[in-house]
Design a protein around this ligand. Structure first.
Ligand code: 48N
Length: 315
C-alpha cells in the first residue's frame, strides 16, 4: 500500500507565525488540534496509540520508495554544502518537473556553512550575492559592499528547508558518492552518466571489511560540489584525474577574496560531458585562490551551476 500522498504546504497553507496567545495553524492533513489546547491540561494528556512496526514501516516504505524513484534521476547533486544547496534551490524552483537527487556524505547537510569563519557565527556575503538572500527571504545587515547574515545557520537552514520542501528533490544524507558512472564517447573520452553510492559509514570501512558493494543512480547530469580537498572533499575532480580524464589538479591557491570569488563563479562549468563542478571543489581543478570566510561565491556558483545544468537539458 503506497504511503498517503503528502500534502506539501503551499503558500496559502503555510503556518502563520505563533502569536503570544494563539498558535494559528491551518488545516494540514486534516489535523486541527492546536498546541494551545494542550497547555495547562497535561493530566489527561496522551499520544495517539502506535505499534512499533508502524514507525518502522513509515520510514522504510518511504525510503525504499525514494530509492526506487530516484534510481533514475534527471540530475544528481553531490554535496549539500552552500553551493550544492543553492544549486538545488535554483533547479528545484526552475524545473519542478525534474527529479533531483542530492547525495550528502555527512549525516548533517550544510557543509562548511553552519558558521562564518573560525567558529564565529556571522556569515558575510559580498554584493551582489545579497540578491540570493532576498530570493530566499534571509534577513541581513547591509554594510555597503557586503552584507552580514547574523548567523550562518540562518542562511543554511533556510535554503535547506526550502529545498527539502520541494516535491521533486530528495536528499540522501549519510550517503557517499564513491564513484562516477561513465559511458565512452566517440572521441575516446567519457560522459558521466550517474553516481555510485554507499552508506558513508560503509565507505569509511572498505579497508577493514570486504565485499561491501555500492548502489547506483543513473542521471544524464551530475553536479559535483564536494568542497575543497579534505577527507571526502574534491571527490569528483580527484576521480577524473584517477580515470585519466583530467591530467592533474591545479590545487587550491592562497587566500585572495577579490580574485577567488569572481573566479569560482565565472568558472563554474561542465568539466567533462555530463559533469558540472562548482563551489570550492572547483578551486582544486583550476588552482583558484581560496576566499576564506565569505560565502557569496558559493551561492552564486550554485546559481551558475543550475544554469549550466539547464543549458544541457535544453540543448
Ligand atoms: O561546504 P562544502 O565543503 O563545499 P561548498 O563548495 O558548498 O562550500 C565551500 C565553503 O564552505 C567554503 O569552504 C568556504 C567558502 N571557505 C573557503 C575557504 O577558502 O576555506 O560542502 C561540501 C559537501 C559537504 O557537506 C561534504 O560532506 C559533501 O559535500 N561531500 C560529499 N557528499 C557525498 N559524496 C562525496 N563523495 C562527498 N564529498 C564531500
Amino acid at each position: 500500500m503506497a504511503p498517503p500522498a503528502a500534502i506539501y504546504p503551499s503558500a496559502e497553507m503555510t503556518v502563520a507565525l505563533p502569536t503570544k496567545d494563539k498558535l494559528d495553524i491551518d488545516v494540514l492533513n486534516g489535523n486541527t488540534r492546536t498546541v494551545q489546547e494542550m497547555t495547562g491540561n497535561w493530566e489527561n494528556f496522551s499520544f495517539s496509540p502506535i505499534r512499533e512496526s508502524q514507525v518502522s514501516r513509515a520510514m522504510t516504505r518511504r525510503y525504499f520508495q525514494d530509492l526506487d524513484t530516484y534510481a533514475e534521476s534527471d540530475i544528481v547533486i553531490v554535496g549539500a554544502g552552500s553551493c550544492g544547496l543553492s544549486t538545488a534551490y535554483m533547479l528545484g524552483k526552475a524545473r519542478p518537473d525534474l527529479k533531483i537527487a542530492i547525495i550528502e556524505a555527512s549525516v548533517s547537510p550544510g557543509g562548511g556553512a553552519w558558521l562564518g569563519g573560525q567558529l564565529f557565527s556571522a556569515m558575510v556575503m559580498r554584493k551582489p550575492a545579497d540578491a540570493f538572500l532576498r530570493e530566499l527571504g534571509v534577513p541581513y545587515e547591509d554594510e555597503e559592499n557586503y552584507v552580514v547574515v547574523k548567523h550562518a545557520a540562518l542562511f543554511t537552514s533556510t535554503v535547506l528547508s526550502k529545498v527539502l520542501q520541494m516535491p521533486n528533490i530528495k536528499l540522501f544524507n549519510a550517503t557517499a558518492v564513491e564513484d562516477l558512472i561513465t559511458r565512452p564517447t566517440a572521441d575516446g573520452g567519457v560522459r558521466i552518466a550517474g553516481v555510485v553510492t554507499n552508506w558513508t559509514l560503509v565507505s569509511m570501512h572498505h579497508d577493514d571489511q570486504s565485499c561491501m558493494d555500492p548502489n547506483t543512480i543513473n542521471a544524464p547530469v551530475v553536479i559535483s560540489t564536494t568542497g575543497h580537498d579534505g577527507p571526502f572533499g574534491a571527490f569528483s575532480v580527484k576521480r577524473l584525474v584517477s580515470m585519466q580524464q583530467l591530467e592533474k589538479l591545479g590545487g587550491m591557491r592562497g587566500l585572495d577574496m577579490n580574485s577567488a570569488e569572481d573566479a569560482i563563479v565565472k568558472r563554474t562549468r561542465e568539466i567533462v560531458p555530463g559533469l558540472i563542478v562548482g563551489g570550492m571543489e572547483l578551486s582544486e581543478v583550476d588552482g583558484a585562490n581560496r576566499m576564506g570566510p565569505t560565502f557569496g561565491a558559493m551561492a552564486l556558483s550554485g546559481v551558475k551551476a543550475a544554469e549550466e545544468a539547464l543549458r544541457i537539458f535544453e540543448e
